[in-house]
Design a protein around this ligand. Structure first.
Ligand code: PLP
Length: 419
């Protein structure tokens, strides 16, 4: 098979797809494995019941059924849905956006592919432009997304050690120097993988920096506001004309629906939709139809507050408690969990690479994600980047307890065997 450059890059078994294959194969080979690796949301029964009711209502309504199954959406997405979402955001956050600021996408991963490549890559003058990640480590799904090489630059964070064996990353504004080839800034808030939440002050500084360079600030809100809002209360939702806010329905419990949303100034929303039309023709109608009415009547926010947020809060406590109880004197630090549904462990001075640790843990029956791949555009020369693990606490209680017991036992063995 003779592949194009595009084919060689995108069909390669590397990075994210290699890891996903490996995770999938491990589970198929051994369904008893404790899965704490992927980004699947938790199974929250009340959420599934609520959406199943919406589906039944749509199926029973002749017009709604037709809208969902029988028509292509407009390029920017269903107009009524965009009106309702704009009303909702203006009411909740006092923004002033309209349907022209909103574009629907087939999942936010696909939206990132289109959006990143709109800004970065080969410039019209032949030069290269990059997406800058101001606080690496970042979401591993960005890693292979560029149509050209050298697609990312990144700034390492400052590390603050906290009481109780926790630590926290901060944006290192002294180290954050943008060059003329940086085409946009992007930060996940809350962060996948670390659970960090870039503070309001840090966001304000990133916004100033982006505006001073006349480049957009992209905020990946897959886990954040307005839904499912798995983010600490002190964080304020942020958007302005220079911001591109990327939302997803997946972490509400709907990853199968493949629905994402871009919120940007009209010129960017329209550019995104045009490019997206080339790739997808139109976006799926299921996500917008499911949410219709639930923004106006407040029931989506209620579902987040009463069901989704408590579900993850309980599991986060359980996971932290399990690590603390088994940690002993190991130099294993937990990133302060401020959002999303992951614990990010820093195993300081780990005698082996985190990929080797991942392999050992897989043999012992638990799947996590090694940290290395998250240090996109940074980390090659930084030992810290080989000392971290991402653990999902979205699963059931037994998985969390048994999985963490195995992880901690393996860490004790690993440190004990070091010379
Ligand atoms: C931070 C972040 N952004 C974007 C995505 C993509 O999500 P989706 O394509 O399901 O909307 C994910 C998925 O795990 C994520 O964790």
């Amino acid at each position: 098979m003779q592949l194009s450059r595009f084919g060689e890059k995108f069909a390669a078994k590397s990075g994210i797809s290699g890891l996903m294959d490996d995770l999938g194969a491990a589970l198929t080979d051994d369904p008893t494995l404790l899965f704490m690796g992927g980004g699947n949301p938790g199974r929250v029964e009340a959420v599934q019941v609520a959406f199943a009711k919406r589906l039944s209502a749509i199926a029973a309504d002749r017009d709604a059924r037709h809208q969902m199954l029988g028509v292509y959406q407009a390029p920017q997405g269903d107009r009524d849905f965009r009106d309702e979402l704009a009303r909702f955001l203006n009411r909740e956050y006092r923004w002033s956006i309209g349907p022209e600021n909103i574009a629907v996408a087939n999942g936010s991963q696909a939206a990132f592919f289109v959006l990143y490549n709109l800004f970065a890559g080969v410039a019209p003058d032949g030069g290269e432009r990059q997406i800058h990640l101001p606080m690496s480590p970042e979401y591993v799904g960005y890693r292979d997304i560029g149509l050209s090489d050298n697609f990312f630059t990144a700034t390492k964070p400052k590390i603050e050690r906290l009481a109780g064996g926790q630590f926290k990353y901060h944006v290192d504004f002294d180290g954050l120097v943008l060059s003329d080839s940086d085409a946009a800034l992007c930060v996940s808030r809350p962060s996948n993988p670390t659970g960090n939440v870039v503070s309001d002050a840090e966001i304000a500084s990133l916004d100033r920096l982006a505006q001073s360079k006349d480049i957009p600030l992209i905020i990946d809100g897959a886990y954040g506001q307005p839904f499912p809002a798995l983010i600490e209360d002190s964080a304020t939702a942020f958007w302005n004309e220079n911001t591109i806010l990327m939302l997803s329905l997946s972490k509400l419990g709907l990853p199968g629906v493949r629905s994402g949303i871009v919120i940007a100034r009209p010129e960017i929303a329209q550019a995104f939709s045009r490019a997206n039309t080339v790739v997808s023709l139109a976006c799926g109608t299921l996500g917008p139809q499911l949410l219709r009415g639930m923004l106006d009547d407040g029931s989506l926010l209620q579902l987040c507050r009463q069901e989704i947020q408590p579900y993850y809060a309980q599991r986060r406590e359980l996971a932290i408690h399990a690590i603390e109880a088994a940690r002993g004197d190991l130099p294993v630090w937990i990133h302060k969990p401020e959002g999303a549904f992951f614990l990010w462990l820093w195993c300081e001075g780990l005698p082996i690479d985190s990929v080797t640790l991942y392999e050992r843990l897989k043999k012992r029956g638990v799947i996590v994600l090694p940290g290395n791949d998250f240090f996109i555009g940074s980390g090659e020369d930084w030992p810290h980047s080989r000392e971290c693990l991402r653990i999902s606490y979205a699963g059931d209680r037994q998985t969390i307890e048994a999985g963490i017991a195995l992880i901690m036992s393996e860490l004790h063995n690993t440190y004990a065997q070091s010379p």
